[in-house]
Design a protein. Structure first.
Length: 194
């Protein structure tokens, strides 16, 4: 295989290199411009609790991953996005998501697992309804409803976060899909850092 960059002239067209292990290379032009990734290295999406754009969403994902799902990977399933979101956050849920604009300005429903994942789309009635709040220098997770306390057995989260935080977190996911060339039905990791 020859790897070149547009506008350059190869000076040594026959260069070899070795990897410490055998790796499969997958190339495509489906998600952005043509490119390649090592298909056996799982992509990772890291959210930050200190990023002011999506810290509240990050806190919700940290709670979901650390307390409910034990850091399991997600599987991209972009075609399920609309249907999954309806089942978890909108009219397809048997338990309506009630916006709390007095508590969270610009409140939206941010679901985890993501609507665009194979693991998403659980009926919102089964999710932990939470409000992430920054208090005393750290993020705390509070129940959003007194009639629905956490059991820590929930398969999903519906977090009350601002539209800005929800959109920023979604944009970060969309950028990863393109940069890491994640096709449908491929797994990726989600983590939360300080």
């Amino acid at each position: 295989m020859y790897i070149t960059a547009t506008g350059t002239t190869p000076t040594k067209p026959n260069v070899g290199w070795e990897l410490p292990y055998q790796a499969d290379l997958r190339c495509d032009a489906e998600l952005t411009t043509p490119g390649c990734v090592f298909s056996d290295i799982r992509a990772g999406l890291a959210y930050s609790l200190s990023d002011p754009k999506h810290a509240a969403a990050s806190a919700a994902y940290s709670f979901a991953q650390g307390r409910l799902r034990d850091w399991a990977p997600l599987t991209r399933a972009d075609g399920l996005n609309t249907a999954n979101r309806k089942r978890t956050c909108e009219e397809g849920s048997s338990d309506s998501f009630v916006h709390m604009y007095d508590e969270v300005p610009g409140d939206t429903c941010d679901e985890f697992p993501f609507a665009g994942s194979l693991e998403g789309g659980t009926d919102g009635a089964l999710c932990a309804d939470i409000i992430p709040r920054y208090e005393d220098g750290e993020w705390w997770i509070h129940p959003a409803r007194t009639d629905k306390p956490f059991t820590y057995e929930e398969p999903c989260v519906r977090a009350h976060v601002s539209g800005e935080a929800n959109s920023s977190a979604g944009g970060k996911y969309g950028a990863l899909v393109k940069s890491a060339r994640i096709p449908d039905i491929e797994k990726y990791n989600v983590s939360v850092i300080e």
